[in-house]
Write a protein that binds this ligand. Structure first.
Ligand code: SF4
Length: 427
């Protein structure tokens, strides 16, 4: 049985308010995206993207070796973690107990469960506006790019009043201003910044995109910057990485370019005193990159490499009929059909089954709206076959199979002309 209590999810206050907020978000997103698409050569960008990701995933081992060698040469400390536990252990080794961390949005940090490990050990301050709102409201992300999409403005103001005894108007500008003031002090006092990364070029650069400016601060002001990301983010060249950055902006937020592209190719340095190279001028003195495998090599080995073509723009979710009903309850660490695929390889078939492996209607709206045209429904079909082999089948499918065995048809009764069977099993 699927663990998720659908009735409870569908009727919850969170889903109801989420749907209301989603309407506005969807209208804004689609209008912005169509404006952005008018300004670029969509077909050419999509073709280029596909070529880059297909090549990168097919040649990942070589690109990984090249990226590690180049980044190390540029004094970035690089670690490979085979799974979530190893990734957490490496990160914790570089984070002293009681040290406050300032963090930006990172799907990989969520994926490896690092935040759990900080409980009672380190204070973690979310600096992305959406993630800060989630932390404030003790809620979970409902979208990879707009995580607090489901939280109404009144709730944000109310939480600020209750938690910080401060009054702020129900006005987006005032709320953002309040968050800016609060976070600025925290960032200035932190010694460790924790972020993800959007792309890594094998020629030795890490790309982190943002619109808010928090990542620029988190990756420069603290003495140490720790980056946690998947091995699938590696592409051959700097130019390829820039193409992905543009696609992330267009399909992620509906802008032609992200506001900021942070390109990090070494710790901060200067040779202005006697021409002697000194690390840690005005930016971070130490940059640590943790490259996480956590099932990705297995995904490629098992023929599901297309799952890793994803650039995490979240475009597919806006159009997914299931996501629009249950939001983040469709998926686990990663939301939606693609997220189910990641879950299966990272957490096992049972978890994927419980997280909505059978939710997909195979309508293909995700594929139509994906810049890489990832065929999620087809991948989901293949994943379902894997799950059946492992004995995870929905009760409805089991019943249909029973009927076919007994009656030679899925309806479980004799089929007669002009008579509609009681149970059609079509929805
Ligand atoms: S599957 Fe495609 S549309 Fe969905 S998040 Fe990934 S790249 Fe974006």
């Amino acid at each position: 049985m699927v663990n998720l209590d659908l009735k409870k999810t569908l009727t919850s206050e969170r889903t109801k308010t989420g749907k209301k907020a989603f309407k506005t978000a969807f209208a804004n997103y689609t209008s912005n995206r169509s404006q952005a698409l008018k300004k670029i050569d969509e077909k050419a960008l999509k073709e280029q993207l596909k070529k880059i990701k297909e090549y990168s995933i097919s040649n990942l081992d070589d690109l990984k070796k090249k990226a590690i060698a180049n980044l190390k040469e540029q004094k970035i400390q690089v670690f490979i973690a085979k799974d979530a536990k190893e990734a957490c252990d490496i990160a914790l080794k570089h984070i002293p107990k009681k040290e406050t961390l300032v963090k930006s949005k990172s799907n990989t940090v969520e994926e490896i469960g690092l935040l759990e490990k900080f409980k009672g050990r380190n204070e973690v301050i979310e600096t992305d506006c959406g993630d800060f709102i989630l932390q404030l409201c003790s809620d979970q992300a409902s979208h990879p790019v707009t995580p607090a999409l489901h939280i109404p403005i009144e709730k944000i103001a109310k939480e600020i009043k209750e938690k910080y005894k401060d009054k702020v108007e129900n006005n987006p500008e005032k709320i953002v201003e309040w968050i800016n003031k609060f976070l600025r002090k925290k960032i200035l006092n932190a010694n460790i910044g924790l972020t993800g990364a959007n792309v890594i070029s094998s020629d030795g650069a890490i790309f982190i995109l943002e619109n808010e400016g928090n990542i620029s601060l988190v990756s420069r002001i603290p003495k140490k910057h720790i980056i946690v990301t998947g091995i699938d983010k590696i592409v051959p060249t700097y130019q390829d990485a820039m193409t992905i950055c543009q696609a992330c902006a267009v399909w992620g937020t509906g802008a032609t370019l992200p506001t900021y592209i942070n390109v990090i190719s070494s710790p901060s340095k200067t040779a202005d005193v006697q021409k002697e190279l000194v690390y840690g001028a005005q930016g971070t003195k130490e940059v640590i990159l943790i490259l996480v495998d956590n099932g990705r090599s297995e995904i490629i080995k098992q023929g599901f490499g297309e799952l890793l073509h994803c650039i995490n723009c979240g475009s597919c979710l806006y159009f997914c009929p299931i996501y629009r009903q249950v939001f983040d309850k469709y998926g686990f660490h990663y939301i939606g059909g693609r997220g189910i695929g990641m879950t299966l390889f990272q957490e096992g078939v049972k978890k994927a089954f419980d997280s909505g492996l059978y939710f997909c209607t195979t309508c293909k709206l995700c594929k139509e709206n994906c810049p890489l045209e990832i065929d999620i429904p087809e991948l989901v079909r293949k994943l379902r076959k894997m799950s059946i082999k492992k004995g995870h089948e929905t009760p409805v499918n089991e019943k249909m199979m029973e009927n076919i065995r007994a009656m030679g048809n899925p309806f479980g009764e004799e089929v007669k002309d002009g008579k509609i069977p009681k149970e059609l099993f079509c929805c």
